[in-house]
Write a new protein. Structure first.
Length: 199
């Protein structure tokens, strides 16, 4: 096979086989997956163009980090890694965040990862782009997608209770796999319609 080298991260890839640079540690979360008792694995992508004030992970904005704490993987390698970690963490839910998994360099990789999933994982995408960007780029095969830039002046505590899931910025929106909006105008997703009250 013909190969080419990504000189910035020093890894070879088969042409047309997308690669991405991610944080080498797959972490675990309870708060961030939008289901009442669900836990999830977290994959942190490198590369983001939003430059949000108060960014939680500014070190992930650079798409080409020169640091041993980041690794370059192709789609199958990450998929196999998630299969391994799903046994360790006892969950099949996955959050793709960053950086931004829909950043131009990461978009082909993310779409390829979602397309080979075949029901193994419940993916939730965290992106600073809006839902129209996701639709235009035909991002699909996810369970949830959280959209919108982080706006520091609209900051609120990120909370998950038995009744609701509150996003860290009031402008952010959560959608389901069919692009149906789940959140209120203040960035809260109530798991049951009858639970709509302050959390």
């Amino acid at each position: 096979y013909l190969q080419k080298k990504d000189i910035h991260v020093g890894c070879y890839m088969i042409i047309n086989d997308p690669v991405a640079t991610i944080a080498s540690h797959i972490s675990f979360t309870f708060v961030d997956y939008p289901q009442p008792e669900a836990t999830a694995m977290v994959v942190y992508f490198c590369g983001c163009e939003h430059n949000c004030a108060g960014c939680q992970n500014p070190e992930l904005q650079n798409p080409y980090p020169q640091d041993e704490s980041f690794i370059c993987l192709n789609v199958k390698s990450l998929f196999d890694l998630l299969l391994e970690y799903s046994g360790k963490y006892r969950t099949t839910n996955v959050i793709l965040t960053g950086g931004d998994p829909l950043f131009e360099r990461n978009l082909p990789f993310t779409k390829a990862l979602l397309s080979i999933n075949n029901g193994n994982f419940g993916f939730c995408i965290f992106t600073g782009y809006d839902i129209e960007y996701a639709k235009f780029n035909q991002v699909k095969y996810f369970e949830y997608i959280k959209t919108g830039k982080y706006i520091q002046t609209l900051k609120q505590e990120s909370i998950k209770t038995n009744n609701a899931y509150q996003l860290a910025s009031k402008n952010k929106q959560l959608f389901d796999r069919n692009y149906n909006l789940l959140t209120t105008p203040t960035g809260i997703y109530f798991f049951n319609e009858g639970d709509k009250k302050t959390i």
